[in-house]
Design a binder for this molecule. Structure first.
Ligand SMILES: Cc1cc2nc3c(=O)[nH]c(=O)nc-3n(C[C@H](O)[C@H](O)[C@H](O)COP(=O)(O)O)c2cc1C
Length: 184
């Protein structure tokens, strides 16, 4: 029997980080092998525990404290991923991915990602952060390298403003992730 497609789900330090729990849960229920990598800031918003339980895998939370044998987990995941999904993706994360910075497990994994892996990025941030030319330039750079963006959408933002920046609805992110991994 063919192995389930591997989705590496990156979770970053956004107020929307709790919604990624549902993303992990729904993708796992749909038969995907979901492995979660959290930034240090993401862990200020939500604990690794629900991700570990719902994805049925250990969560990568620290570049220096990965739970497997001799081979760094983030490199194994980079080699084996069918889809690299970041939801939610902060402005900081989008910038790091575009610039190729590699100072934590998620950004190292992104840089080491196998070229066959699809990339889906679901940003969530304050509207001014999203519309800032720096962010828009990073988005254009990532798109030019083949990354796909889903959202953000307009609405009431948790920072109190109305505008663009909300995480795309979980169902939409899950549906697109399933499409992108349907023939893997
Ligand atoms: C309450 C709160 C909510 C935040 N929400 C967001 C957000 O939705 N999007 C964003 O880009 N940054 C947000 N930030 C800022 C990020 O947490 C900060 O840029 C952090 O360095 C991101 O780290 P990471 O990208 O490594 O996860 C928020 C910060 C706080 C204190």
């Amino acid at each position: 029997m063919a192995a389930s497609p591997l989705i590496v789900l990156g979770v970053t330090g956004s107020i929307a980080a709790h919604k990624a729990i549902d993303v992990a849960s729904q993708l796992t229920k749909a038969g995907r092998n979901v492995q979660v990598v959290m930034t240090a800031d993401a862990q200020r918003f939500v604990s690794p525990l629900p991700f570990k339980t719902l994805s049925r895998h250990p969560v990568v939370t620290d570049l220096y404290d990965e739970e497997e044998g001799w081979r760094p987990t983030h490199i194994r995941l980079a080699d084996e991923a069918d889809l690299f999904l970041v939801a939610p993706a902060t402005a900081n994360c989008v910038a790091k991915l575009a610039l190729g910075l590699a100072d934590d497990a998620l950004s190292c994994l992104a840089l080491a990602l196998n070229p066959q892996a699809r990339q889906l990025i679901a940003p969530a941030m304050n509207g001014k952060m999203w519309l800032h030319p720096a962010t828009q330039q990073h988005v254009a750079t990532l798109r030019s390298r083949g990354a796909e963006f889903i959202g953000p959408e307009e609405g009431l933002l948790s920072c109190g403003y109305e505008g663009i920046g909300r995480l795309w609805p979980v169902e939409g992110i899950v549906a697109r992730a399933l499409e992108l991994t349907s023939s893997s």
